[in-house]
Design a protein around this ligand. Structure first.
Ligand SMILES: Nc1ncnc2c1ncn2[C@@H]1O[C@H](COP(=O)(O)OP(=O)(O)OP(=O)(O)O)[C@@H](O)[C@H]1O
Length: 610
């Protein structure tokens, strides 16, 4: 009951906020829902009474016509209201979805990468809003029916109780027992929802992988079909197992409930038949047995709608649980000074939540104003993690990151973000027009000259000019018929244009040349050099040749800063950097492939040697 009361409070707040007119509808549906069936019970006994009191046929017809018309009007009004309230409900669901997404896109980034938070978000969306047989919609629809059933129950209890109070009490007691059985099954279902959500999330992931156009080639060439189907089969099996266990609980509850209903009906009919045999008039017998059947009907409806309302309420609580999750207070209010950046990593260590060891350990270095820094290192060395810390997406576990002498913890995150232009490894263009992808602004505030300038600098101008709607062309053919699909390299150029458009104080490129052809890569370096003259910049790359133009290079390995210096000084040091560079360079030299001893070994192997 507490669950229903809590969900009622939340729902009333949502309706009051987004569609007040729904309250009026609910009241009408309530009144018509109670009156129509009551008239149907009264009708047969009224006719019997009129016959017993020897009324004329004409009088009988007037009563019959009047009451039938009234019932028809009430029924139609009730049905009409039940239909027209759907669009209003949909509007509220849309608003709730927007609120959910707004939160999901504002929570600290750490939560985005956290599995538990993602599950909660999934539950909030599926159970709270999307699934019409559990969440908000289900709660309102069944809650209204419950309200009608409870009112009907009290109305009939007055009628029925006036005849025999003990019988009324017995029927109520048996019905309450039924409710108890069903609520036990529902509580079990709610507990198991966590397992549902887990399996659903895994299934969604694999469904997505199967349908992703980019995966089509790999699936066929590497024969991933059986493996993917086996995964889907496995998680479907997990889902079915949970479902079966839940359904078993429901089955027992329903059997218990059916047995109690049969006992209740038997007792009621035995009592009234006894009264009829002992002189009760037929019209009174029909009225009371009708009222008793309807009374039982209301109780069954209460049991049924109570359970369904509770099921809906639990979905609403899933939604609220996510919405109530605290968002870390943005205590910091300082704005980042709009000037060239000097960045200091001061004994910075970082460990991901739930990880067993640090990803970065005691990192110390300074990046001077307008310096171009190249970052290199083996896979998993912690390069991207370092960038996430610098962008304020994560906070160091210990140590400090300073921008112009101020700890970045003191800067308001939103402001910090506006001073950074980053192209991440896994960034991709979104289903918007080319110009919006570059400017990330609304139509009216886009500087089109700058957009074209950035596209030109990234070698995309000619391509965009040839598109059906030029800069207004969508980067996706799923949203717009005239949309186009960009290749991986073209997307990277577009993201580079986006970074240039921002004219930020700090430019970060995390492996931006991976998908580019040789000429595009050379153009990117040229562009980067030009853009980097105006700001402090960091360029992460596995292609060591690309870091030659950096003022300094930082080499990371296993979460530690191992080497630091210019390309030349690092080569002279003859350490890990020199060997990595030599390994890559040998591929471009004549006969390079013959240098088996170095060229066929991975960078990680070389790292182990150091
Ligand atoms: N959200 C996360 N939670 C837990 N561990 C993570 C998370 N993200 C990354 N890691 C781990 O941190 C380590 C460093 O990852 P990171 O992405 O920073 O490496 P990288 O140097 O950029 O690698 P690459 O060159 O392959 O891109 C890896 O072992 C990775 O598994």
């Amino acid at each position: 009951m507490k669950v229903i009361l809590r969900a009622t409070k939340e729902t009333m707040q949502h309706i009051a906020k987004y569609r007040r007119s729904l309250f009026v509808m609910i009241i009408f549906i309530w009144i018509t829902g109670v009156l129509a069936p009551f008239l149907q019970v009264v009708l047969p006994s009224l006719f019997l009474y009129l016959i017993e009191t020897q009324q004329s046929f004409a009088t009988l017809m007037v009563y019959a016509g009047g009451i039938s018309l009234l019932v028809a009007i009430l029924d139609s009004a009730h049905n009409y209201l039940m239909q027209t309230y759907d669009p209003k409900m949909y509007v509220i669901k849309c608003k709730l979805t927007l609120r959910l997404y707004e939160k999901a896109m504002h929570v600290p980034y750490a939560q985005v990468e956290d599995m538990e938070y993602r599950q909660l978000l999934n539950r909030a969306q599926t159970n709270g809003i999307d699934n019409s047989s559990v969440g908000f919609e289900h709660f309102v629809r069944n809650g209204m029916e419950l309200l009608i059933a409870v009112t009907g129950f009290f109305l009939y209890a007055i009628v029925f109780g006036s005849m025999q109070l003990w019988l009324c009490a017995l029927v109520v007691t048996l019905s309450l027992l039924s409710i108890w059985f069903m609520s036990k099954a529902q509580a079990y279902e709610h507990v198991r929802k966590q397992d549902y959500a887990k399996a659903d999330q895994q299934l969604q992931y694999y469904h997505h992988e199967v349908k992703l156009p980019g995966n089509g080639k790999d699936i066929r060439i590497f024969h991933l079909q059986d493996w993917l189907l086996a995964k889907i089969r496995y998680f479907q099996k997990c889902r079915v197992e949970v479902l079966q266990e839940v359904e078993r609980k429901y089955l027992w509850a329903k059997w218990g409930s059916t047995f109690l209903s049969a006992a209740r009906n038997l007792i009621v009919f035995a009592f009234f038949l006894h009264e009829l045999v002992n002189g009760m008039s037929v019209s009174v017998f029909v009225f009371y047995t009708g009222a008793a059947a309807a009374f039982s009907g209301w109780i069954s409806k209460i049991v049924n709608f109570y359970n369904e309302t509770r099921r809906g309420a639990l979905g609403i609580i899933d939604y609220d649980t996510y919405m109530d999750l605290p968002i870390e207070e943005e205590g910091a209010t300082l704005n980042v000074p709009d000037e060239d950046m000097e960045i200091v990593f001061d004994h910075v260590s970082f460990r991901y939540p739930q990880a067993e060891k640090d990803t970065l350990t005691d990192i110390n270095f300074t990046i001077h104003k307008k310096e171009k820094i190249g970052i290199v290192g083996s896979n998993g060395a912690g390069k991207t993690t370092l960038i996430k810390l610098l962008c304020g997406l994560y906070t160091p576990t210990s140590g400090r990151i300073l921008i112009n002498g101020i700890d970045i913890k003191k800067f308001a995150k939103e402001d910090l973000f506006t001073h950074i232009a980053a192209v991440f490894q896994d960034s991709c263009a979104m289903a918007y027009s080319v110009k919006k992808n570059v400017a990330c602004k609304t139509k009216d505030s886009i500087d089109m000259d700058l957009v074209w300038d950035c596209l030109e600098r990234c070698e995309l101008k000619t391509k965009v000019e040839q598109l059906p709607l030029q800069e207004d062309t969508y980067i996706s053919n799923q949203i717009s018929e005239n949309g186009v699909l960009f290749s991986g390299g073209e997307q990277q150029k577009l993201l580079m244009a986006r970074a240039l458009y921002r004219k930020a104080n700090l430019l970060i490129l995390d492996e931006p040349s991976a998908a580019l052809d040789a000429l595009a890569e050379a153009a990117l370096y040229e562009n980067y050099e030009r853009a980097a003259k105006e700001c402090t910049s960091i360029f992460i790359s596995h292609r060591l040749a690309s870091t030659r133009f950096a003022n300094r290079i930082l080499l990371f390995d296993q979460g530690q800063l191992k080497e630091m210096g210019t390309h030349e000084t690092l080569l002279q040091q003859d350490g890990l950097y020199a060997r990595m560079f030599e390994a890559q360079a040998s591929y471009y030299q004549e006969g390079g492939m013959k240098h088996e001893s170095t060229t066929t070994r991975s960078v990680d192997d070389l790292a182990l040697d150091s």
